[in-house]
Design a protein around this ligand. Structure first.
Ligand SMILES: Nc1ncnc2c1ncn2[C@@H]1O[C@H](COP(=O)(O)OP(=O)(O)OP(=O)(O)O)[C@@H](O)[C@H]1O
Ligand SMILES: [Mg+2]
Length: 381
């Protein structure tokens, strides 16, 4: 995808801090129906997706395989035509605009570099297509290489670079055309875990320095949480929740979101009282006053208590209100992850920080369990 050269002005985009050139994006009731081969069936890959993305923000589409992330991204890019709905860039309806006129650039998982060209030539490619003058081209490629720390590799070919370096070339090639929106489809999936963590910090830094709007597709929730201003959790073609990372974790709007983002245990119970945005839920004979997620719960309704692993207090038998036994134990260095099976059969995931803990129960040991009310919430059961 390239930017039409007529829109190109000389500016300080690549050089300047937070140049703030990103465009706002609006997805309006996007739906994409694919015809499946053979049976004559249909798949709604994207099903009524509406979303406002403010300029210069990094937004992540997060969800399990097949939930419609890539299809949504490709509709934004103009590689795929929506069955219905609209895409707006700033105040312009771009739904029917061809990809090469959308002022966007995409970074792929498979870096898609030209193998016979040097790093410099790969990055310069889009500018050459735009017929950018030689001097401007050299300056902008140099700036893009500096930003992605590739300057010393300018004359190498892609097969002489590591995976991480190749991915940086792909990124430099995207930003050099100074797009209003950068699109990423699982760009770090081919890298090992350590490098992936480094690169996501790098990506975030570069996106913020440029002040460009980013739409980032991943199924890795840790990646989504660290890189985004806004996380959009998708399931079966629909948006389950769109919110800041912290809100997504602390105030999941559905059971799907609660289970997909971080770990959560669910204990069934009943609503005994509704108080503004709080509810009192009775679970295992105890009452808990917790946040009413999405304000959905009514008096006497079945409800699930949503429990994060760090919201559980472990005690010796008899010390805390609920009794159980350790049924799984994973030692992870700074923390231990336990599964506790409560009397009655419900299972709880618990994370205990090792530091400063004078007692760490072993596998099979009897324990009692308390719940930190402020770390709990309730959803319809
Ligand atoms: N060209 C196509 N023809 C038919 N069905 C398609 C086509 N492209 C995607 N699909 C279907 O649409 C759904 C969404 O696919 P999509 O690639 O958007 O998912 P995704 O969230 O990106 O998944 P992943 O994490 O595996 O990349 C899937 O059920 C997929 O099989
Ligand atoms: Mg995909």
């Amino acid at each position: 995808m390239a930017v039409e050269s007529s829109t190109k002005k000389t500016n300080n985009f690549l050089g300047g801090k937070g140049a703030g050139r990103g465009g706002s994006l609006r997805l309006q009731s996007l739906t994409k129906i694919f015809e499946t081969h053979g049976g004559g069936g249909q798949v709604a890959a994207v099903d009524g997706v509406s979303l406002d993305i403010p300029p210069n923000q990094m937004v992540t589409l997060l969800g399990p395989s097949g939930c419609g992330k890539t299809t949504t991204l490709r509709i934004i890019a103009g590689f795929e035509q929506a069955s219905s709905g609209k895409v707006w860039l700033e105040d312009k309806d771009i739904t029917n605009q061809p990809a090469n006129r959308r002022e966007m650039a995409m970074v792929f998982q498979s870096y898609a570099l030209f193998p016979h060209m040097s790093v410099f030539e790969n990055i310069a490619y889009g500018l050459k297509v735009q017929k950018t003058n030689r001097e401007d081209l050299k300056a902008r490629v140099a700036q893009a290489m500096k930003l992605t720390e590739l300057t010393q590799y300018a004359n190498r070919q892609p097969n002489q670079l590591s995976g991480g370096q190749q991915q940086r070339v792909a990124l430099a090639r995207a930003i050099v055309i100074e797009p209003k929106v950068l699109l990423f489809d699982e760009p770090l999936s081919n890298l090992d875990a350590k490098l992936r963590e480094q690169m996501r910090v790098e990506l975030r830094r570069i996106q913020q320095e440029l002040g460009v709007t980013g739409v980032y597709v991943t199924h890795d929730q840790a990646e989504a949480m660290t890189i985004s201003d806004l996380v959009v959790v998708m399931n079966k073609g629909r948006i389950e929740q769109a919110a800041a990372p912290r809100e997504i974790y602390q105030r999941p709007a559905s059971r799907f979101v609660a289970a997909f983002i971080g770990k959560a245990s669910f204990l069934p119970g009943k609503v005994r009282e509704v108080q503004e945005n709080m509810v009192v839920v009775e679970v295992l004979g105890q009452s808990w006053r917790v946040f009413n997620l999405g304000g959905q719960l009514q008096q006497d309704q079945d409800a699930d208590l949503v429990i994060r692993p760090e919201g559980v207090i472990l005690g010796h038998p008899g010390e805390q209100p609920l009794e159980g036994r350790i049924t799984l134990l994973s030692y992870l260095g700074p923390v231990i992850e336990y599964e506790i099976t409560l009397n009655g059969g419900a299972a709880l995931a618990v994370t205990v920080s090792v530091l400063g803990q004078e007692w760490l129960p072993g596998l099979g040991e009897a324990v009692s369990v308390g719940l930190v009310e402020t770390a709990l919430a309730a959803l319809p059961g």
